[in-house]
Design a protein around this ligand. Structure first.
Ligand SMILES: [Zn+2]
Length: 809
C-alpha cells in the first residue's frame, strides 16, 4: 500500500456507470481500467503562462473526493452532494485538466474562465476611472468663473432620524478638492424652522475614499433638536445649503437601529488599498482604533529575473539573476551565439549586464556545447550576475540551440506603487479599551490570494463599527466591551499577484521548489505555500489528509509547519490571550464551518470533535449569524453547508481554524463567502453586505456570550390546518435560540431537525403534521445555554414534550 500522503500518489477509483449515465451530457472522459494504478503526473502544478479555469469534477462519492484531494489539485471551496455523487470545483489550467482526465477523473462544465477575471479587473478600473472623472468634472465646473451659482461644495443628502432616545443627523457632501485635500468639512445646523443657521451647533464630516478615489464626505452625529436646514462652507469659502429630510425608520426586527450606516465599499480593493483604508480609518478614529503591524513581513511581491533557453528538456538552460528582478535582475540579458566557424571554444563574455555565450563547434562548424557545459560556463564566467542550471534535474546532455539575446525578467506587472519589498502585514484593532481586558474577536481574510470579496467584508465591518459608534447605542456596546482585531489581507504578496499577474493565484509567492524541480521561469505560477495548510494542528506533517508536500501543488503545505511569515503572523494574532472568537473569511460556496477540519486516511480518523456543549454554542451562534446574513437579500446558508469543515467540505490538514480551536481554544468559524472568487461587482457588493451583517453579528454573539447565563424557554403552539387530519405547529422561544425537534417520539439531539433558524426574529416556519403527532424538542441559545439544563446526547430525559392537538376552547 503506498503512503497516501506521499506526493503524486493517487487512488484510482472506478467511475460507476450510474454516475456516467447521469452526467452523459457533460464532457466525459473514459476512465482507465479501474484496477490499474496510474503513474503520477510529472508536474502537478500549472505551467506558467497558462491561466486557470474553474472546472467541475464529477465524483461518485466522498472516497473519490478524498482521492481527488490527495492529488494535491487546487480545489475551490465548493463541494456539492447531489443524487448521483459529489461535484467539486477544481482550479486547473488546460494541461492540468488533461492530467486529471488521464488519471480517470470525470470533468464537467467549465464554470469560470480567465476572461471572467479580466472582465472583473476591467470593471473595477472603469468604476475607479468613472469616479475620478466625476471628481475632475466637478472640480472643473466649480473652478469655472463663468458658471453661475456653482459652489465647490455640494450637499448630497442630510437625513434626520431617531435611534432609541437619541436624535441623529447624517450628512453626505461632495467637495471639489476632496481628491487631493484631506480636510474634514464642518456642517452648521439650525435648531428648527425659522431659527438661525448655526443655532443647532456644528458637526464635522470626513472623506470617504475607496480604491484611492475620493467619493464624498460623510458622517453622523447626535443632535438635540431636529434641524430644518444645514450649511457647509468649504475651505475655499464656497457655500452649500440643504434641507434636512426625515429618514425612514428601519424595521423593528432589525438588529441595526434606525439610521445605522453601512455600504462603504464601491469596488474591489488590492492589498495595498486595503491597508491604506484601515490606516485612514485608524487616523480618523484615534480613540477607537489603532493599526498594529504584525511581527513578520512577507517575503515580498518580488522574484528573481529568469529565462529558460531552448525547447527540448535535455538541451534547456535555465538562468536566474542573483539580484531580485526590480533590483537589477530585469536588466540582464543572455545570448547563445553560434560563432560560425570551426573548432571554436566555449566561452562567456560579460559586457555590463549582457552575457554573451560563444558556443563551441567541431571542425565542420557545427555547435557541440551541451546544456550542462553551457551551465558550467555561465556559472564560472557570469557567476556574479546569474545562476544557471539544467532543466528540472536533466543531466543536460543535449546540444543547445543558439539563442538570440534574451532579457531575463521577473515578469511582474503590478505598477510601481505596489512595493516589491518584504511587505508588512497590518491589522486594525478596534475597541474603546484595547488593553487586553475585554474579550477579543479576530477576523481575518485573504489567506487565499484570489478570494477578493472576503477582504471587503472585513473593511465594511470595520467601517460599520467605527462610523456607527457615535450615534448607535448597540454599536457603542460592542466597541466599549470588545477588543476587535481585523486583518483584511493575510497574504498581500499573493493578493497583488492575483490582481496584476495571475488571477487564479491561491498561495503566497514564495518559491520552495528545488533547482532540480520547478524553480525555473516556467514554473513560476505554481510556486507558493497554501497559507491555509501551513499551521500546526492536524497538519500534513502530523499525517492528516488534504494537503500536499509537492511545491507546485495548490495545497502545498510548505517545508514545515509555520514556515511562512503569513502563518506566523496569524499564530501571533491567535496567541493574544484574550481572543475568544474568530472568523476566517474565504470564498466561495456559501458555507459556514468550524472544527474539526481534518481527518487522516484511510479510515477518516477525525481530529477530535467538540463536546456537546461546545457544539451547542457553535450551532446556537451560527443560527444568529446566518439569520443576520439572510436579512440582506434572503440568501440562506443551508444547514447542509453549516457544520464541521470535514463534514460539509473536505479534509484540509493544517488549516487555520483548527489551529485556533485546538491550540488556543478560540471559537473559530470559517465563512465561505458567495458564489465565486471574483464575481461581477453587483454580486460582490451584495455578498460584502450580507457577510458583513454576519460578521457584525459575531461581535454581538461575543458580547452576549460574555454576559449571558440565562437559559432559553420555549413553547409549542398548535393551530388548525386547511388540510383534513393535519394541524400547524410552531415553536416560540424566549430569546434568540435554536430549536431542535423530533416528530417520531425520539429524544431530540443536535442531529435532530433544526427548526427554521431564522425563526426567532421573523417568526418561525410552520410545520404541518398529522393530528396527534408527538413533538419532542429543546431550545439552545447562542451562549450554549440549553433549555431546562437538558443534555442533548440522546440519553437525557429532560427535553420538552408535546402533542400536536388543537387546544380545547
Ligand atoms: Zn480560501
Amino acid at each position: 500500500m503506498p503512503n497516501p500522503l506521499s506526493p503524486g500518489w493517487r487512488r484510482r477509483l472506478p467511475v460507476p456507470t450510474a454516475l456516467a449515465a447521469a452526467t452523459a451530457v457533460m464532457l466525459l472522459v473514459s476512465p482507465a481500467t479501474a484496477t490499474t494504478p496510474v503513474a503520477p503526473p510529472a508536474d502537478t502544478g500549472p505551467i506558467a503562462g497558462e491561466q486557470a479555469d474553474v472546472v467541475q469534477v464529477l465524483l461518485d462519492g466522498t472516497a473519490e473526493l478524498d482521492a481527488l484531494v490527495a492529488t494535491g489539485v487546487d480545489l475551490d471551496h465548493h463541494v456539492e452532494r447531489t443524487e448521483s455523487g459529489v461535484v467539486a470545483h477544481a482550479v486547473v489550467t488546460p494541461s492540468e485538466a488533461r492530467r486529471l482526465a488521464a488519471a480517470g477523473f470525470t470533468l464537467g462544465e467549465v464554470l469560470y474562465r480567465p476572461a471572467d477575471a479580466r472582465a472583473r479587473v476591467a470593471e473595477r478600473d472603469a468604476t475607479i476611472a468613472e469616479h475620478a472623472a466625476e471628481n475632475r468634472e466637478f472640480a472643473a465646473a466649480a473652478a469655472d468663473p463663468t458658471a453661475p451659482d456653482v459652489s465647490d461644495v455640494k450637499i448630497i443628502r442630510a437625513d434626520y432620524y431617531t435611534s432609541g432616545t437619541s436624535q441623529i443627523l447624517s450628512v453626505e457632501a461632495k467637495w471639489a478638492q476632496g481628491q487631493t485635500a484631506a480636510n474634514t468639512l464642518t456642517v452648521e445646523r439650525d435648531s428648527g424652522p425659522g431659527t438661525a443657521i448655526g443655532s443647532g451647533g456644528t458637526q464635522t464630516i470626513s472623506r470617504f475614499v475607496d480604491a484611492g478615489v475620493y467619493l464624498y464626505h460623510r458622517g453622523a452625529a447626535t443632535v438635540t433638536s431636529r434641524p430644518e436646514y444645514v450649511r457647509i462652507t468649504s475651505p475655499t469659502g464656497d457655500v452649500a445649503v440643504a434641507k434636512v429630510r426625515e429618514w425612514l425608520p428601519t424595521p423593528e426586527t432589525s438588529p441595526e437601529g434606525p439610521g445605522y450606516q453601512k455600504d462603504f465599499v464601491t469596488s474591489y480593493l488590492t492589498p495595498t488599498e486595503l491597508y491604506a483604508r484601515i490606516h485612514e480609518l485608524a487616523a480618523q478614529f484615534p480613540d477607537l482604533a489603532e493599526i498594529v503591524e504584525l511581527p513578520y513581513k512577507t517575503n515580498g511581491y518580488r522574484r528573481h529575473a529568469q529565462a529558460v533557453l531552448g525547447t527540448a528538456n535535455a538541451s534547456r538552460v535555465a538562468v536566474d539573476s542573483l539580484a531580485w528582478g526590480h533590483e537589477g535582475g530585469n536588466g540582464i540579458s543572455v545570448e547563445l551565439v553560434n560563432p560560425g566557424a570551426g573548432n571554436a571554444a566555449l566561452g562567456v563574455s560579460v559586457s555590463g549586464t549582457h552575457i554573451r555565450v560563444n558556443l563551441a563547434t567541431d571542425g565542420a562548424g557545427t555547435v557541440t556545447s551541451t546544456a550542462a557545459q553551457v551551465v558550467a560556463a555561465l556559472n564560472s564566467g557570469a557567476g556574479s550576475l546569474v545562476r544557471a542550471y539544467t532543466y528540472r534535474g536533466s543531466t543536460g546532455t543535449g546540444v543547445v540551440a543558439p539563442a538570440a539575446r534574451t532579457q531575463l525578467t521577473d515578469d511582474l506587472s503590478a505598477p510601481a506603487t505596489v512595493s516589491r519589498d518584504p511587505h508588512p502585514v497590518y491589522a486594525i484593532r478596534i475597541g474603546k479599551h484595547r488593553d487586553g481586558s475585554k474579550p477579543g474577536v479576530l477576523a481575518y481574510a485573504q489567506e487565499h490570494a484570489r478570494e477578493w470579496v472576503p477582504p471587503l467584508v472585513t473593511i465594511e465591518t470595520a467601517e460599520r463599527l467605527l462610523r456607527n459608534y457615535g450615534h448607535d447605542g448597540r454599536t457603542r456596546q460592542l466597541l466599549n466591551n470588545l477588543d476587535i482585531w481585523i486583518a483584511p489581507s493575510i497574504n498581500p504578496d499573493g493578493g497583488h499577484y492575483s490582481f496584476y499577474d495571475f488571477n487564479s493565484q491561491r498561495k503566497n509567492m514564495t518559491n520552495h521548489c528545488p533547482l532540480t524541480g520547478a524553480a525555473d521561469f516556467l514554473g513560476r505560477d505554481s510556486w507558493g505555500v497554501d497559507n491555509n495548510r501551513n499551521y500546526t494542528e492536524y497538519s500534513l506533517f502530523d499525517g492528516y489528509s488534504g494537503a500536499s508536500s509537492s511545491c507546485t501543488s495548490g495545497t502545498y503545505a510548505g517545508p514545515s509547519e509555520l514556515s511562512e511569515p503569513e502563518n506566523r503572523n496569524l499564530d501571533w494574532l491567535a496567541s493574544r490571550p484574550n481572543i475568544k472568537f474568530s472568523m476566517n473569511l474565504h470564498s466561495s460556496g456559501n458555507y459556514f464551518m468550524w472544527s474539526p477540519g481534518a481527518y487522516a486516511l484511510p479510515d477518516r480518523t477525525s481530529a477530535p470533535r467538540p463536546t456537546l456543549a461546545q457544539e451547542s454554542f457553535f450551532w446556537g451562534a451560527s443560527s444568529r449569524i446566518l439569520t443576520a446574513i439572510k436579512q440582506h437579500r434572503n440568501m440562506a446558508v443551508t444547514p447542509a453547508r453549516t457544520g464541521p469543515i470535514s463534514d460539509v467540505l473536505y479534509s484540509a490538514a493544517g488549516n487555520s481554524g483548527d489551529m485556533l480551536w485546538y491550540k488556543y481554544g478560540i471559537y473559530a468559524w470559517n465563512f465561505e463567502v458567495g458564489t465565486s472568487f471574483q464575481p461581477d461587482w453587483e454580486e460582490a457588493h451584495a455578498e460584502t453586505m450580507e457577510f458583513s451583517n454576519g460578521l457584525v453579528e459575531l461581535m454581538r454573539v461575543a458580547r452576549d456570550f460574555d454576559t449571558d447565563r440565562q437559559r432559553p424557554t420555549s413553547t409549542l403552539a398548535v393551530a388548525p390546518s386547511s388540510t383534513a387530519g393535519m394541524v400547524n405547529v410552531t415553536f416560540d422561544v424566549s430569546e434568540p435560540a435554536s430549536v431542535f425537534y423530533t416528530l417520531d417520539g425520539a429524544a431530540p439531539t443536535y442531529e435532530s431537525t433544526l427548526y427554521g433558524s431564522a425563526g426567532v426574529r421573523e417568526g418561525g416556519e410552520t410545520l404541518t403534521v398529522p393530528v396527534g403527532t408527538t413533538v419532542n424538542w429543546f431550545a439552545v441559545d447562542a451562549a450554549g445555554n440549553v433549555e431546562k439544563n437538558y443534555r442533548p446526547d440522546g440519553n437525557g430525559k429532560n427535553y420538552r414534550k408535546g402533542t400536536a392537538v388543537l387546544p380545547t376552547s
